[in-house]
Unconditional design. Structure first.
Length: 299
C-alpha cells in the first residue's frame, strides 16, 4: 500500500463471509504489485462480524454499517472515500491466483483502451470449473428464447442473447457487462455516468451500470486469460435459501427491465419468465420451478 499515489482502490462488501474475506485479503496482499488501498464495507454481518480484522489489517479501511444497505449502496460508500484512479469491486468469496489487478491496470492504462470503462476476468471454482463471468444484456428476446425456442438457433442464442456466460473464449473481447464479483472500473467514466443505482439491493446493479456506460459509448471488456477464483455455487444451498435469493434476483431483474427498457417490457418479461418456469415444472416435474413461477409473477 505505502504512501505513494494510490492507483487502485479495492472495494469489498462483506456480509457473513469473514473467513472467505480473510482468504481474499491475503491473496490481494500476496499478489498485487501496484500501489493500492483496500476498503471493506461490512453490511451488518449477523454471523462472525469482522471487527477483529481491524487489528490484523491496520492498513485496511473498514466501514461497519448498522443495517444491511445492499450491494449497490455499500459499494458506493466505498467508492465515495476511495482515492484511486480505478475502483476494483471484488466479492469476499473470491481470491486471486496471480497479479490480476496489475493485469487490469496495465490494460486500462494503454492509450488505445481509453474508451474502456470496465474490465473483468475469467471466474472459476478452485477445481478450474468455470463460473459466470459476463453476459449479454437481458432482453425480451432472451426471455422469449427461454421458452424453448433457443434450440432453433443455439449459436445465435449463446453468442448474442444469453445473459449469463462463462469465459470459454481465450481472447480479449468486448462484452455487454462484467459480473459484479470482479468489476474493475475507471474513475473518470463513473464521473460521467454516476455510480451504482441504489434502487438495486442485490443483483443486476452491475448490469444496469454497464448499460449506462454503453449509452455513454464506453466499452466493457473481458480479459479471459486473467483468472480469479469465485466460490459462489461451490457449496450446497438449501431450497429456502435458494428461493430467498431468487426473490432478490427476480425483483432486480424486473427493476432492470423497467429502468432500461420501460414498464411494458418489464411486464412482458415477467409473463415470459413465468411461462418458462411453468414449462419447467410440467416437463421436469421439479417442484421448485413452480415456486420460481409464483415468485416471478408476484414481483
Amino acid at each position: 500500500m505505502g504512501n505513494q499515489h494510490i492507483q487502485v482502490s479495492i472495494v469489498i462488501v462483506n456480509f457473513n463471509s469473514t473467513q472467505l474475506l480473510i482468504q481474499c485479503l491475503e491473496s490481494i496482499i500476496k499478489y498485487t504489485t501496484c500501489c493500492y488501498e483496500i476498503i471493506v464495507i461490512d453490511n451488518n454481518s449477523t454471523v462472525d462480524k469482522p471487527i477483529n480484522l481491524i487489528e490484523i489489517y491496520p492498513d485496511i479501511h473498514f466501514i461497519f454499517n448498522s443495517v444491511n444497505l445492499g450491494f449497490a449502496r455499500a459499494n458506493n460508500q466505498g467508492i465515495s472515500i476511495a482515492k484511486g484512479n480505478y475502483f476494483f469491486i471484488l466479492n469476499p468469496d473470491t481470491y486471486l491466483k496471480s497479479d490480476a489487478i496489475g493485469a487490469f491496470l496495465t490494460f486500462m492504462e494503454c492509450k488505445e483502451n481509453v474508451n474502456v470503462a470496465c474490465c473483468g476476468a475469467s471466474l472459476c471454482l478452485p477445481n478450474g470449473k468455470l463460473q459466470v463471468a459476463y453476459g449479454n444484456f437481458p432482453t425480451l428476446k432472451e426471455a422469449f428464447s427461454s421458452l424453448g425456442f433457443y434450440h432453433l438457433y443455439p449459436s445465435y442464442y449463446y453468442n448474442h442473447l444469453h445473459s449469463a456466460l462463462k469465459a470459454t473464449v481465450k481472447k480479449t473481447i468486448a462484452v455487454d457487462y462484467i459480473a459484479g464479483a470482479d468489476l474493475f472500473l475507471r474513475r473518470t467514466a463513473l464521473n460521467e455516468t454516476g455510480l451504482f443505482d441504489e434502487d438495486f439491493f442485490l443483483y443486476f446493479e452491475e448490469t444496469e451500470l454497464c448499460f449506462r456506460l454503453k449509452k455513454y459509448e464506453y466499452k466493457c471488456v473481458l480479459l479471459p486469460l486473467v483468472e480469479i477464483v469465485h466460490l459462489e455455487g461451490g457449496s450446497q444451498q438449501s431450497k429456502s435459501n435458494y428461493l430467498l435469493k431468487y426473490q432478490f434476483f427476480a425483483k432486480s431483474r424486473s427493476l432492470f427491465f423497467r429502468k432500461c427498457y420501460g414498464l411494458i417490457s418489464s411486464k412482458t418479461m415477467k409473463v415470459l419468465w413465468t411461462v418458462h418456469y411453468l414449462i419447467m415444472y410440467a416437463i421436469r416435474r421439479r417442484k421448485y420451478a413452480l415456486s420460481l413461477a409464483k415468485i416471478t409473477w408476484k414481483i
